[in-house]
Design a protein around this ligand. Structure first.
Ligand SMILES: O=C(O)CCC(=O)C(=O)O
Length: 292
């Protein structure tokens, strides 16, 4: 599906945008499902849905969440509970474009649905994805599927081009902090590209590429995005997955192998973090938590 120049762009910039990769009817199915989850969240006042492989909450609520103003900011592994999400991520164009970059043999690692509400405070600090889930090799892609039009006004992703060729610690004082050093954020902001796109577009990102995203400052525009992590089939985890899916290591292109390929180098290894939420790890409390 991808041509030589698209693959070259991915290699040099660490990311690649592809317009219009899902149909309007598929997008509607995914959004209808999400609306049901948002409705359901009205009856909770703290993170919930502990039926996950590691017992951490599937549904993550922003601090300002209430039954009148539901603020479901993230669903971990929607594929585990929705066929609409399974068909998008396991079949057709998504695995195909990923296999063009890291294939032929690819497995699904995990996914999450980020939901930035208009006027919400949720933001994402600069980080790379590989440090969360280190493997024996780093042939991996994070796929971002836009469920809404996105720009700076509603908190689009910001990606630092070329950063996949560099390495930044995600540790501070010996602890994994889920982001790079906050002192560097301004510098990254000066270099980052705003990933502006239309609903249905996709952005493919190297798992070492630094990225983040501001809050949704708009009055009335949702910013809903599905994020899926895929790895080469010969990459084997160095520790349990941070957000385990019941479909972890499902082959989506090519075939499985039991032979690990190793990349020479060094790698920071985190302890599994107790926080139920990625946002908690980055210092943003969830509903029902006490702000110190
Ligand atoms: O939703 C965003 O703006 C960024 C998402 C992200 O990088 C993440 O959740 O790991």
């Amino acid at each position: 599906m991808l041509n030589h120049s698209q693959r070259g762009e991915f290699k040099s910039k660490g990311y690649l945008k592809i317009p219009g990769l899902i149909t309007e009817s598929t997008r509607k199915l995914m959004l209808d499902q999400l609306s049901d989850w948002v409705e359901e969240s009205r009856s909770y006042d703290a993170n919930y849905g502990f039926d996950t492989p590691n017992g951490k909450a599937r549904f993550d609520l922003e601090q300002s969440h209430s039954s009148d103003h539901p603020r479901l900011r993230r669903v971990a592994n929607p594929v585990d509970i929705s066929e609409a999400y399974q068909s998008v991520l396991f079949f057709g164009e998504m695995p195909e474009v990923v296999a063009d970059l890291i294939g032929p043999d690819v497995f699904f690692h995990h996914c999450k649905l980020n939901n930035k509400f208009p006027g919400g405070s949720t933001r994402v600090e600069y980080h790379a994805d590989h440090p969360f889930d280190p493997h024996t090799n780093d042939d991996g892609v994070t796929l971002l599927l836009f469920l809404d039009d996105m720009d700076e006004d509603n908190g689009c992703m910001r990606i630092v081009p070329g950063s996949h060729k560099e390495r930044y610690t995600h540790f501070k004082d010996g602890n994994f902090i889920g982001s790079t050093d906050p002192k560097l954020f301004e510098q990254f902001d000066g270099k980052a590209d705003s990933i502006i796109g239309k609903a249905g577009d996709v952005c493919l990102m190297d798992i070492w590429t630094l990225h983040g995203g501001g809050a949704n400052l708009s009055k009335d525009r949702n910013r809903r995005m599905l994020i899926a992590d895929y790895r080469a089939a010969d990459a084997f985890a160095l520790m349990p997955p941070a957000v385990p899916s019941r479909f972890y290591r499902r082959i989506v292109a090519g075939k499985a192998t039991h032979i690990a390929r190793l990349r020479e180098g060094t790698m920071e290894i985190l302890e599994p973090y107790p926080d139920d939420s990625f946002f908690g790890l980055q210092g943003q409390k969830a509903a029902g938590e006490i702000v110190q």
